[in-house]
Ligand binder design. Sequence first.
Ligand code: GTP
Length: 192
Amino acid sequence: MSFKGTLRPKSHCDNETPRAKLVMIGDSGVGKSCLLERFMDKNSTNNWISTIGVDIRTIYLDIDGKNTKIQVWDTGGQQRYRPVLASCYRGALGVVVVFDLTNRTSFSNVKQWLHEVEEFSALDADKKILVGNKADLQADRKVDQGEAQQFAQEAGLQYIETSVLDQTNIQEAFTRLVEVLTVVVLCCDVSM
Ligand code: GTP
């Protein structure tokens, strides 16, 4: 099923139960919070406050004309929060794994993140998206697009490169997420 709705990043206040839960993971500093904030239309690239534990945000997506509430769990990437993360995966319908294109270690660690998802959730590969962020820093790039693409392909994941700074592919990344989620969102309620 393809996504036919419209993305609507700004919140609309209602009391509807969230219909889907997404989790964002990846090393600290790769840009998870900035991606989400940018999608929600806020400029947050200048004040870096590392996420403490987990931030839960709500986004609304129009799916087939229905205003659909999606909960996004933005997790802190620091090692000390790992024990908390196990419980974050519960009930998740999609996972976004983010790495920093200028930080080779954050790419190497994607395997570990995926391993963790497998350990704590039963999500299929097609419910996970790999995002290479900071594409604006071309001169500092440490991970080739082809290499990341191949890794994603072998793992069965979709891959997209983004930049919060110049706003490249932010909408596109979230559109892909909706494509991943659509079938489930339209078919059932999700209890967290
Ligand atoms: P934790 O909360 O510690 O897990 O970090 P995070 O992954 O949420 O990273 P965060 O969004 O806080 O961003 C970390 C830093 O990267 C900030 O200084 C941002 O300004 C910077 N940053 C994020 N996205 C981009 C980008 O696309 N390009 C550039 N150049 N910098 C970015």
